[in-house]
Write a protein that binds this ligand. Structure first.
Ligand code: ZN
Length: 334
């Protein structure tokens, strides 16, 4: 599926009697697509800012973590049997850069790629990995989200692409090859890798990857350290909070987030607390009969004002208002 392809050059010319109706239809379509474009711009996830410089760090034996504050994180495990990569970043160019970073560490083949959730900033780097012959793995609901929200994902990343000088026309959705429902265990040389799903947190399909030998857990969607996470996809804030509390009980030494630096148990619980506070605030306001506009205007959560993405809080509050008044996320899938 490629974005930005031109329309076919030859199309049948309609009969003149149909022209007024056709003109009206075209006008309606143009207005509609403009409205959609404007709407997508509202959900654009990028505000240009000065981020922490990107850093690749070895966090455990043979486990590397790419902390990319301006965009999104990734990780890779190196074994005698090859390399496993978690998330491919936000553009094919980012994917190629990640491959170059891996090549500085090892010349072993890149065999496995995992897409942790259905947000383009975590899988738009898939094409060069597919070209290398890697098998791309994701939860079945993640694949459903990638298909259903293809236009949304592409549309809401335009500001990022242009601010970073990345060619949007190069972006295409490369879907995973292999899906799982609850868990999958890989053996890479002497390292076991446990891939599992405990239900939706931030998203249906939120996948976690446990490296028992490295005592590390990668959590792409539900955990973003010192960050406001997008709340437009979750079917349940309570479910998301329970998931984070369960994750925090895992016997590991580090929690690797999809956004933000390497996290501790307490960082994971901080995100659960933020979600609980924001949920309580919005539900209380709805209970008082406040409108969506009143909620967005009045609720500010100053205790969380220094976290990443605070400038997007209005859109998150709207999403929660939608979730709590309709029982459905703003962008539901599968
Ligand atoms: Zn993300």
């Amino acid at each position: 599926m490629r974005h930005g392809d031109a329309m076919p050059a030859t199309r049948p010319i309609p009969h003149p009697r149909l022209w007024p109706r056709l003109a009206a239809l075209l006008l309606a379509a143009a207005c509609c697509s403009l409205a959609v474009a404007a709407d997508l711009a509202r959900f654009d996830n990028f505000r240009d800012r000065k981020g922490v410089p990107m850093e690749l760090k070895q966090v455990a034996p043979d486990l590397w973590f790419l902390y990319d504050d301006l965009s999104s994180n990734a990780a890779f495990l190196v074994s005698d049997d090859g390399v496993l990569v978690i998330d491919t970043r936000q553009h094919p160019q980012h994917g190629r850069e990640l491959i170059a970073m891996i090549r500085k560490v090892t010349d072993k083949p890149i065999r496995w790629v995992i897409n942790t959730h259905a947000h383009g900033d975590h899988y738009y780097g898939n094409p060069p990995f597919r070209a290398l012959g890697a098998t791309i793995i994701a939860h079945r609901d993640t694949v459903a989200g990638m298909v259903k929200n293809e236009k949304l994902e592409f549309g809401r990343r335009q500001a990022f692409f242009s601010s970073q000088g990345l060619d949007a026309k190069e972006v295409r959705t490369v879907l995973p090859d292999l899906t799982f429902d609850s868990s999958l265990r890989l053996q890479l040389g002497r390292y076991p890798v446990e891939i599992f799903y405990w239900g939706a947190g931030q998203n249906p399909g939120d996948t976690m990857i446990h490296f028992p030998a490295q005592r590390a857990l990668y959590i792409g969607g539900p955990f973003a350290r010192k960050n406001w996470s997008n709340m437009s996809f979750t079917p349940s804030i309570d479910g998301w909070i329970r998931l984070l509390e369960r994750i925090a009980k895992m016997d590991v030494d580090m929690f690797l987030p999809g956004h933000g630096d390497v996290g501790t148990r307490e960082d994971v619980l901080d995100e659960a607390r933020l979600l609980a506070d924001v949920q309580a605030g919005v539900k209380q306001a709805i209970g008082r009969g406040w409108t969506k506009e009143q909620i967005v205007k009045a609720l500010r959560f100053p205790q969380y004002a220094d976290l990443r993405n605070y400038d997007r809080v209005d859109v998150f509050l709207e999403a929660l208002h939608h979730l709590f008044t309709t029982g459905k996320p703003l962008f539901p899938y599968p």
